[in-house]
Design a protein around this ligand. Structure first.
Ligand code: HDE
Length: 712
């Protein structure tokens, strides 16, 4: 802090006085000035001239050459020619939403950050979820890490929490990031594969880089094929600091926990969805918000006091390590609700620019060497992606507080700065704008005073050297079906690797150090000999298992917002549909009627019933469960319809709850479906309850071995 210059009076602090406390819409209001509604407006050029003919270029005669003087055509085509900007180098595919964050209580003992101190305040947020590997138009459901980036528009400036849906990362030092990204991206000669890590260069790199072992096993787990953005956890990954008003610092790890529970797709379903609905996750988020099912997350932190920095058997600065929740429970801070879709994808979701370096007083960095490198990268990448250093002026990126400083000019400057002095100190403009002292009631940012006495050195800390104990902890903490999925994913991905030495190295030098049984199972699937022992000594971690890591323990327990397909044809029992809909509505779930075509059907009771789509239009993969009502004629038609039968078989294979009511019972025999807790036959209320309970379990895991070609 500097004391030599005049400070800002309290009345002008950080813009708090200019904002309406508790106003959830402040960001939306600030965006309002930039939103453009064309209704009842004339078509004009960019210079404001009304256009009389938007159909024809100016020509010499109706069949003659076009004229260069046609400024209307030239302006239109020129703008079109430059419509694209470079996509993000990673996380190119994404989708965004507006919402708010509200703290549960005053957390001033932990941090002086204002948005975590005032429970009456709703802080606007913009969130962008993303995949990492694929380009902008790639599929949503590929096996990949998901980005979970949140911009908080606080009264003290923007805070960006730029996290992922997994709590660790592939590398420990930022200098390895270009290597990692080059390895995972499509191969350079043929640009294959899109949106997948199942190829030689990825496995070559990670098998040579043992520090990736922990993150890779997360990426081979169900976490890499989330059911929806709404059902993903989020993590800040790095250790950050909270600083309170007394200047006391604590280390923190950020966690987002979804109210919808955490759950995933199954692999075959994820692959099919990538083709049948490329936009599956994007659509789900959009529709949930449009329908008023506002997605919600709880933000929490694991808090580690300065004194406990070294009390773990790993280094809290190592981003390939998590802190088991059983060792440090999560302190809930507040909740985030997403309640508004963007108006324009490009202006909002594409142009939003996150940076882990965007922090506010009360939050600070740790020395995690991955985080330190990120602090440089994000602003740097925006310079080429958004065309210069003024991207903070784009409406979606503007902080709510007024910005004044001596930065001037450059490409796309939109602020019209008044005054003569673009330097500080100055005596021409009364010394304004001036520094603000850091005391909490003033709000000037002050970096945490950390004493460091060390050599300038290029070296990985020896405390970062264990790469396997937490990968093992993760594997051992999985439920049996989750372990099977991990074995399946490694086998699938390595099966796509052409070079046998890479497959063998991953099995012998990585998997064998995580778990010998895992290595043996994958080796068998690849036709390789099972390794007899690992290659390194793996330390015993403090815990054998961390139940908090298994998604089996993270379900919401209800069926809120779940989607149920109802298969119908002429002669369907209309009463059964009404009863189902009523029961589902009471639980907050939704039904969609699907017919052989999109044409309405006539019920057994003679009523004409519109359907939402044909069965081919909304395939089973986009639903959580399938319900077939009775009605002899309808069931007979469905039983003779290959699309309907495939619909049921596919839902069965994807371990979804299926209810066959009344005459629909016959379909079980036609398809030879084996009985289990998720196959409900019968129409009474008890059966409906059993159906709902099965949906709440998300998937019928006991069925899985029966759906495999070769039993494990
Ligand atoms: Fe990023 N990352 N990253 N990353 N990252 C970007 O920034 C980078 C890392 C994450 O929706 C880029 O604006 C480096 C970890 C998300 O706009 C780029 C390193 C985590 C997003 C970049 C990392 C992330 C990005 C590309 C290693 C989880 C999307 C475009 C030191 C904690 C944000 C952009 C959005 C995007 C660099 C590692 C999350 C190139 C150098 C670890 C969610 O700047």
């Amino acid at each position: 802090m500097s004391t030599k210059k005049p400070s800002v009076p309290n009345s002008q602090l950080a813009g708090t006085d200019t904002l309406d406390r508790g106003n959830t819409n402040s960001k939306l209001q600030s965006l309002e000035a930039f939103r453009s509604d064309a209704s009842e407006q004339a078509l004009r050029t960019n210079q404001g001239v009304k256009i009389a003919d938007n159909q024809n270029t100016l020509k010499v005669g109706a069949r003659g050459p076009s004229l260069l003087e046609d400024f209307i055509m030239r302006e239109k085509i020129t703008h079109f020619d430059h419509e694209r900007i470079p996509e993000r180098i990673v996380h190119a595919r994404g989708t965004g939403a507006h919402g708010y964050f509200q703290t549960y209580e005053n957390h001033s003992a932990l941090t002086k950050a204002g948005f975590l101190r005032d429970p009456g305040k709703k802080t606007p947020v913009f969130v962008r979820f993303s995949t990492v590997q694929g380009p902008r138009g790639s599929g949503d459901t590929v096996r990949d890490v998901r980005g979970f980036a949140v911009k908080f528009f606080t009264d003290e400036g923007n805070f960006d929490l730029v996290g992922n849906n997994m709590p660790v990362f592939f590398i420990q030092d930022a200098i390895k990031f270009p290597d990692f990204v080059h390895a995972v991206k499509p191969e350079p000669h043929n640009e294959i594969p899109t949106g997948a890590s199942a190829h030689d260069t990825f496995w070559d790199f990670v098998s040579l880089q043992p520090e990736s072992a922990h993150m890779v096993i997360w990426a081979m787990s169900d976490r890499a094929i989330p059911k929806s953005f709404r059902s993903m956890q989020g993590f800040g990954v790095h250790t950050f600091r909270f600083i309170n008003a007394e200047g006391t610092s604590s280390f923190v790890k950020f966690h987002w926990r979804p109210a919808a529970g955490t759950c995933s797709l199954v692999w075959d379903e994820a692959q099919k969805l990538a083709g049948k609905d490329t936009d599956f996750h994007r659509r789900d988020l959009w529709e949930a918000i449009e329908g008023g099912d506002y997605p919600e997350w709880e933000l929490g932190v694991q808090v580690i006091s300065e004194d406990n920095e070294h009390s773990f058997d790993f280094d809290i600065l190592d981003p390939t390590k998590l802190i088991p929740e059983e060792l440090v429970p999560i302190t809930p801070l507040g909740k985030m609700v997403l309640n508004r879709n963007p108006d324009n994808f490009f202006a909002e979701t594409e142009q939003v620019a996150f940076c882990p370096g965007h922090i506010v007083p009360g939050i600070d960095f740790s020395n995690d060497p991955l985080l330190q490198g990120r602090l440089f990268s994000y602003t740097d990448t925006q310079l080429s992606r958004l065309g210069g250093p003024n991207f903070h002026e784009l409406p979606i990126n503007r902080p709510l507080v007024p910005i004044h400083n001596g930065q001037r000019d450059a490409m796309h400057r939109s602020t019209i700065d008044k005054g003569r002095a673009s330097y500080e100190p100055n005596s021409i403009d009364g010394g304004w704008p001036k520094e603000t002292p850091p005391a909490p009631e003033n709000g000037g940012f002050e970096s945490y005073h950390e004493r460091i006495d060390a050599d300038k050195i290029r070296q990985r800390s020896p405390s970062f050297s264990d790469h396997f104990s937490q990968a093992r902890l993760f594997y051992k903490s999985m439920s049996p079906h989750e372990q099977e999925h991990i074995i399946g994913a490694y086998s699938f991905e390595l099966g796509k690797v052409e070079r046998e030495w890479i497959r063998a190295r991953q099995v012998n030098e990585i998997l064998a150090n995580i778990d010998l049984e895992l290595a043996a199972r994958v080796a068998r699937n690849l036709g390789l000999p099972a390794p007899k022992a690992g290659t390194v000594e793996v330390p015993q971690p403090a815990l054998d298992r961390s139940p908090a890591l298994s998604q089996a323990n993270l379900l919401s327990g209800d069926i809120k917002t779940r989607k149920i397909a109802v298969l119908v044809a002429d002669g369907v029992d209309g009463q059964a549909i009404d009863d189902l809909k009523k029961a589902l509505e009471a639980e907050g779930a939704h039904a969609k009627l699907l017919g052989p075509t999109s044409a309405p059907v006539t019920t057994a009771q003679g009523k004409v019933l519109p359907v939402h789509a044909s069965m081919e239009g909304l395939p089973s993969v986009v639903f959580d469960a399938v319900f077939v009502p009775g009605g002899a004629k309808s069931v007979q038609a469905l039983g003779g319809d290959g699309v309907a039968l495939h619909y049921l078989l596919e839902a069965y294979k994807h371990l979804k709850a299926i209810a066959l009511q009344g005459e629909a019972k016959q379909l079980r025999d036609v398809l030879k479906l084996q009985a289990d807790a998720g196959l409900i036959v019968g129409g009474e209320a008890k059966a409906l309850r059993a159906f709902f309970d099965a949906i709440a379990q998300h998937r019928v895991w006991e069925r899985e071995p029966k759906t495999k070609a070769i039993p494990a």
